[in-house]
Design a protein around this ligand. Structure first.
Ligand code: ZN
Length: 291
């Protein structure tokens, strides 16, 4: 998950106008009667700051929707921004789910349900394979429950999610939790996004694999953890330093590794980890648990 700058190297209105005037494409002249309505939709999308519960669908015939989907799949010269957005989609952390991959473009409002936004640049965000895994539900039953938008939702720049470990041992139980207080105005949207985008991915398998690595050889996570901390406070400081390093390196406070380390800082987990680090007879960088 991440907040991204709004891409500003193209103008969606100019692109749509040029496309509608292009006599060499199959959608000519069928697209023309719908250009004004679509431009209105683009403006309303931006005015609603990409909030899925406020963006109005623009009714267009199926035939026009199919033309637009075809244009998205094979962008012509009027739509070079789509090619450019695709080539720029290799970002450090998936803005939608926080995985350490990306490389594809996701239609935030899905192109099958909102074909009118199929070539709209503000609806195209970099993503990883979570693109195909996430629920097509964009809003929930209660106020404020909705998918977050990387170009518009500033809250994505804050630390939002942490792993939660219980039944601590070689194979703990892992889940995700929202770090905002439940009365925060963004809580319902963050929780909805966590449940419908992030939790649909392999994030918990990743977190469990990383836990196993930490238990096997703590220095794998951070070289400083190869040394035994002299106190619980020192372990906390080392993990906090690692958390900030990961945030910076992956350019996101909600990348999966930061989500993992944030979960280690829970008081009960920290206590348990420190007890393992300081087990009598354990040498530096030995496994944290004896088999
Ligand atoms: Zn993703």
């Amino acid at each position: 998950m991440n907040r991204l700058p709004i891409p500003d190297f193209f103008d969606d209105h100019v692109a749509l106008h040029a496309l509608s005037q292009n006599t060499r494409v199959g959608s000519y002249p069928h697209l023309q009667p719908y250009v004004d309505a679509m431009r209105g939709g683009y403006l309303q999308y931006i005015a609603a700051a990409g909030n899925a519960s406020m963006v109005h669908a623009v009714p267009i015939p199926d035939e026009i929707g199919k033309y637009l989907l075809g244009h998205y799949n094979s962008p012509n010269t009027d739509l070079l921004h789509i090619k450019e957005l695709r080539s720029r989609s290799e970002v450090n952390t998936c803005p939608m789910c926080g995985s350490l991959h990306s490389g594809t473009l996701d239609h935030l409002l899905p192109k099958t349900d909102y074909p009118e936004f199929a070539v709209f640049g503000m609806n195209l965000v970099p993503a990883c394979k979570c693109n195909g895994l996430r629920s097509t539900h964009l809003i929930g039953a209660h106020d404020g429950e909705r998918i977050l938008h990387p170009y518009f939702d500033n809250v994505l720049g804050e630390r939002l999610l942490a792993a939660r470990f219980t039944e601590l041992g070689p194979i703990p139980v892992a889940s995700l939790r929202v770090l905002l207080p439940p009365d925060d105005e963004s809580f319902p949207a963050v929780k909805f996004h966590m449940d419908n985008v992030v939790s649909k991915t392999g994030v918990l398998q990743f977190v469990m694999r990383t836990w196993a690595k930490l238990i096997r050889r703590p220095g794998q996570l951070s070289t400083e953890l190869a040394q035994n901390p002299s106190s619980k406070g020192e372990l906390r400081m080392t993990l906090e330093k690692e958390l900030f390093r990961l945030d910076e390196f992956h350019e996101s406070r909600n990348n999966w590794l930061s989500i993992f380390v944030c979960g280690l800082l829970d008081e009960d987990v920290l206590e348990w980890l420190y007890a393992q680090f300081s087990r009598p007879g354990r040498f530096r960088d030995d496994p944290l648990l004896t088999v």
